[in-house]
Design a protein around this ligand. Structure first.
Ligand SMILES: NC(=O)c1ccc[n+]([C@@H]2O[C@H](COP(=O)([O-])OP(=O)(O)OC[C@H]3O[C@@H](n4cnc5c(N)ncnc54)[C@H](O)[C@@H]3O)[C@@H](O)[C@H]2O)c1
Length: 351
């Protein structure tokens, strides 16, 4: 039977959740609730039942599941109240604005026996899935480093995302997604240290971009960069393995792979640059490399709700786990610390 879902917050992301719920095979949209009357009216205009209050949602015994899609500073309060009212909860990312807050949310889930997860929808992005597929296949050997970039040119949005008190800034916004993906690409490895710098170009209060270096216990490096003043975007993903490289220029594109089939090459012809000669940097040809493209993998965003509902029914295990949520949050916290202190942060217990 479909789970009855209420979406709290009918803004940008609330709209996304309700639209997907309308075509879902596992949830049925019971309604929405938004603190602003204009958004309540917008829901009604779209034929969606708007609950009179948050309490009315919690008191409705027919509601199984709530999705919290409000600004980040109120996630904790609404998640804990929902769990205590006996609802299962999906919370929008970053989940909350600190690890202590997240621990209280997890404790409420354990205390009430109700399931709780975070909407890490970008685990279903095809660019990330393509990179994951290459890592899992081992086709370019052991991964030495991955660079993940998200570049836009519109600055930080002028809404609550530009204000610290609401949990604004790009680390909490795109950072949590790109960093979560990076940790999955290096699954099985712990972070020994990290270094992060932030941009404050279009906004002085919160970061409107950042550059985060993550160093893993096997010597590999993950680099995550988000920029909002990039009128030319750098490639979405660039990955180097011991026997090849992979590149995705942007999320609409296939993956380009160059696989090195023979390391040594005799009689390398030097290339002539404008003011010199180089053998070291001479490009390789098909004698030592294979070049090919990989199709974009299939992906279905409904799989997130499918997994959560199957977890509630005891038929699956939660894809986005509490352990992963806490690790993501600790990395973000350490990144903020690195920005503030202008220092590398070492973890006594690798994370
Ligand atoms: N997973 C993703 O891809 C993704 C994308 C965008 C936003 N988000 C997340 O979704 C959440 C909402 O972001 P958004 O872009 O929809 O913001 P938004 O400003 O468009 O919408 C937020 C809505 O919440 C309402 N609201 C505020 N406080 C409330 C409360 N106490 N009770 C009920 N309603 C309340 C506001 O009136 C507003 O309509 C954030 O946590 C954000 O990080 C996730």
């Amino acid at each position: 039977m479909k789970k009855r879902l209420v979406v709290i917050g009918y803004g940008g992301m609330g709209g996304w959740h309700t639209r997907n719920a309308l075509t879902s095979d596992v949830v049925e949209l019971a309604g929405t609730y938004d603190i602003k009357e204009e958004r309540q009216q917008a829901a009604r205009d779209n034929g969606i039942y708007a609950y009179d209050s948050f309490e009315a949602v919690l008191n409705d015994p027919t509601v199984d599941l709530v999705t919290i899609a409000v600004p980040n500073d109120v996630h904790e309060e609404l998640v804990i109240k929902s769990l205590e009212a006996g609802k299962h909860v999906i919370c929008e990312k970053p989940v909350t604005i600190g690890s202590e807050s997240l621990k209280r949310m997890i404790a409420a889930s354990e205390r009430t026996g109700k399931y709780f997860t975070v909407h890490q929808n970008r685990r279903w992005d095809v660019d990330y899935l393509a990179m994951q597929k290459i890592v899992d296949s081992g086709e370019i050997g052991e991964i030495v480093n991955v660079e993940s970039r998200i570049h836009g040119s519109r600055g930080i949005p002028s809404d609550w995302r530009g204000q610290k008190e609401y949990g604004g800034g790009m680390l909490y916004d795109w950072g949590i997604h790109t960093m979560d993906q990076m940790l999955l690409l290096f699954k099985g490895h712990k972070i020994t240290h990290l270094y992060c710098t932030a941009d404050n170009i279009t906004n002085k209060e919160v970061d409107d971009g950042f550059k985060l270096h993550l160093y893993f216990d096997n010597g590999a490096e993950g680099y995550v960069e988000v920029g909002t003043l990039n009128f030319i975007s750098m490639p979405r993903f660039y990955m180097r393995g011991l026997s090849g490289s992979a590149l995705i220029t942007d999320w609409t594109q296939k993956t380009k792979v160059v696989h090195c089939k023979a390391w040594h090459e005799s009689d390398v012809v030097p290339v002539q640059t404008a003011a010199g000669l180089t053998k070291t940097m001479a490009p390789r040809d098909e004698i030592t490399t294979n070049s090919y493209e990989i199709e974009r993998p299939a992906s279905d965003v409904h799989d997130f709700y499918r997994n959560f509902c199957a977890t509630i029914d005891g038929k699956a295990t939660q894809i986005v786990t509490h352990e992963q949520m806490l690790r993501d949050m600790l990395v973000i916290e350490a990144a903020f610390e690195s920005i503030e202190k202008k220092q590398v942060i070492f973890f006594e217990q690798p994370l």
